[in-house]
Ligand binder design. Structure first.
Ligand code: UGA
Length: 430
């Protein structure tokens, strides 16, 4: 198929490269000219494991362009994958989505399928059909809702091995075409979900809000575990054996972040409020997460009594490992709280420092993990990068003023840390 993907963000770029890998001819377009120029040179706008290689491997079928109109005209399938970030009140900002729709409407030279990959409020696909018909006065298009469920850091794996592929359309023919497009050659038929657009749209919010709930649930239990001497890692492992609960997204830590979970919980609440639907459970992750982000700060204060003038080394800044993305990263609020209490922060992250520098002020950055530890009063781990797992404790001890570790992601082995002479505290475990 000839495919045009609008938006060269995480979803758009991974989708474009993946569809090219399936053998389609793909043009990925974006309004950001410098992003497109860099992509033409093979420079990715963000770090995602394996993406640069996949783009490079499919060079013959994947091109990048700033000419959205021309690219739409040339294509049979148009995929909208622009960002829909949260506005101040929680509603998603649909500005880029509707301007992409407008450009599509002006270039419907023959029959096309328009696929909505962007995360949008339920009802948007229907509204898109109505607006396109109004703008063009024609019906030479079909709209299919196919929200993306991939995670940053494992986006390629998720694209090629999805748990399900959603195809939400009022046109059975277009729905089937889109399912076939994303199925590639390997994915089993039973993973293809054909449904109504509104259901497809709600599934996306439902997944992310449930994940936010699951993480908040385990985080609150972790805090309780500490006060009764239980071990949350054990609790999570064992309750995860119950198939009604499942083992994933039960890792306690300093809170969830990223561009999706916080944004989609807010968008779902906004939608519910606009429909007059009462929410309590659905609203709970936001407050819970706010509290959780302060847990590590409280722990540090307990050990160091005052943080004034204390030097705190931070390992890990991105919202999770496998990405350099700093959007809504817990490190932002945690570091701000440390600074408000008078602490000096020196931070290290293997990939996110460049993006973090633009967001965090008053923070010193280290090029190495050990470099950050020099004369520090404590180490705080905020992202579970695998390189932090088995550190050289002797080296750390020589560098630090006080061998104290607050492990906000439970990456270290508590016994090994204590054996090495460290004061160690994780989240919800002994
Ligand atoms: C999330 C969803 O997992 C994807 O399915 C969805 O497609 C994506 O949003 C999206 O809407 O585009 P992502 O934001 O990449 O993916 O990251 P997650 O892996 O969900 O992690 C989110 C946050 O939760 C991270 O800060 C992570 O550290 C935290 N987390 C995750 C925990 O604290 N504990 C866990 O057990 C799992």
């Amino acid at each position: 198929m000839r495919v045009c993907v609008i938006g060269a963000g995480y979803v758009g770029l991974v989708t474009a490269a993946g569809l090219a890998d399936f053998g389609n001819d793909v043009i990925c377009v974006d309004i950001n000219k410098s992003k497109i120029e860099n992509l033409k040179k093979g420079i990715m706008p963000f770090f995602e494991p394996g993406l640069a290689e996949l783009v490079n491997k499919n060079k013959s079928r994947l091109s990048f362009s700033g000419d959205i109109s021309g690219s739409v005209k040339k294509s049979e399938i148009i995929i909208i994958a622009v960002g829909t970030p949260a506005l101040a009140g929680g509603a998603p900002d649909m500005k880029n989505f509707w301007s992409a729709a407008r450009v599509i409407s002006q270039n419907l030279n023959d029959r096309k399928i328009i696929v909505v990959k962007s995360t949008v409020p339920p009802g948007t696909n229907k509204e898109l059909s109505v607006r396109l018909a109004g703008w063009t006065g024609r019906d030479n298009f079909d709209v299919v809702s196919s929200p993306e469920i991939l995670r940053q850091g494992s986006a390629l794996k998720d694209f090629f091995n999805p748990n399900f592929i959603i195809s939400g359309s009022n046109s059975a023919k277009a729905g089937k075409a889109v399912a076939a497009l994303f199925r590639g050659s390997k994915i089993k038929k039973d993973k293809l979900i054909f449904t109504a657009p509104e259901t497809a749209e709600l599934i996306k919010y439902a997944v992310n809000t449930f994940l936010a709930l699951k993480i908040s649930y385990i985080n609150e239990l972790a805090n309780l575990s500490e006060s009764i001497g239980a071990d949350i890692s054990e609790v999570a492992r064992i309750i995860g054996l119950d198939p009604r609960i499942g083992p994933l997204f039960l890792k306690a830590g300093v809170g969830f972040g990223g561009s999706c979970l916080p944004k989609d919980v807010k968008a779902l609440l906004y939608l519910a409020a606009s429909k007059g639907v009462a929410t309590s459970v659905l609203a709970s992750p936001l407050g819970s997460n706010k509290i959780q982000k302060q847990v590590a700060v409280k722990k540090l204060t307990r050990y160091l009594s005052s943080l004034k003038g204390k030097k705190i080394a931070v390992w890990g800044l991105s919202f999770k490992p496998g990405t350099d993305d700093m959007r809504e990263a817990p490190s932002i609020d945690i570091i701000a709280a440390l600074q408000r209490k008078g602490a000096k922060v020196i931070a290290y992250d293997p990939y996110a420092c460049a993006k973090a520098k633009a967001i965090l002020s008053g923070v010193q950055f280290s090029l190495t993990a050990y470099g950050a530890l020099k004369n520090s009063d404590a180490l705080l781990i905020l992202t579970e990068w695998s390189e932090f797992e088995n550190p050289d404790y002797d080296k750390m001890k020589k560098l630090m003023k006080r061998p104290l570790v607050i492990d906000g992601r439970n990456v270290l082995d508590p016994k090994a840390a204590r054996r090495a002479g460290f004061e160690y505290e994780g989240i919800g475990r002994k």
